[in-house]
Write a protein of this length. Structure first.
Length: 169
């Protein structure tokens, strides 16, 4: 019974941490993405998978208003970003990211390893971000951008670290 209670306490604590927007910041003057006007995150699911002890599995829906841009940042763990609606402008500063473009008939295209630079993704495209990825993103469109994010992160570190802005070429 005490193990079950402990699991419940940990789950509630993780939900509170995610919902409160806890983060670690390398540049305190930069607001967290969740504090940006026009940037909304919704936690759809959170679990502690038995196949990955010490990890938290999250499913998050991100809705970004037209013109909204995030500062360069990194997050621990690995994540998949899937573009559900809209146009996703992605600027890779450094690190490892693999992209898969939507193919005809709803199939997933082959993986493409991205070099630092600017990329545009649309509905059906996905990105696999490794823990070393530092990036920013923007909605250049006239409609909301909706991204589904699945993340496997250390349960004790669900933070976002903002880094000094890197000028784009």
């Amino acid at each position: 019974m005490s193990t079950r209670f402990g699991v419940i306490v940990v789950a509630i604590s993780l939900i509170w941490i995610v919902a409160s927007g806890a983060r670690t910041s390398a540049q305190e003057s930069t607001p967290s993405a969740s504090a940006l006007p026009g940037y909304k995150t919704e936690l759809l699911g959170l679990a502690s998978p038995s196949a990955a002890p010490g990890q938290a599995l999250q499913l998050i829906r991100i809705t970004v208003a037209p013109g909204v841009e995030t500062e360069p940042h990194a997050r621990p763990g690995e994540r998949i970003n899937y573009v559900l609606e809209g146009t996703y402008e992605f600027h890779l500063v450094s690190g490892t990211v693999e992209a898969k473009r939507a193919a005809a008939g709803g199939a997933i295209g082959p993986a493409e390893t991205l070099a630092p630079g600017d990329y545009t993704f649309t509905a059906g495209d996905s990105l696999f971000l490794h823990p070393d990825a530092v990036y920013s993103s923007r909605n250049p469109g006239t409609e909301p951008l909706v991204v589904l994010l699945a993340a496997l992160s250390p349960a004790d570190d669900l933070s976002t670290t903002y880094v000094s802005a890197t000028p784009r070429p």
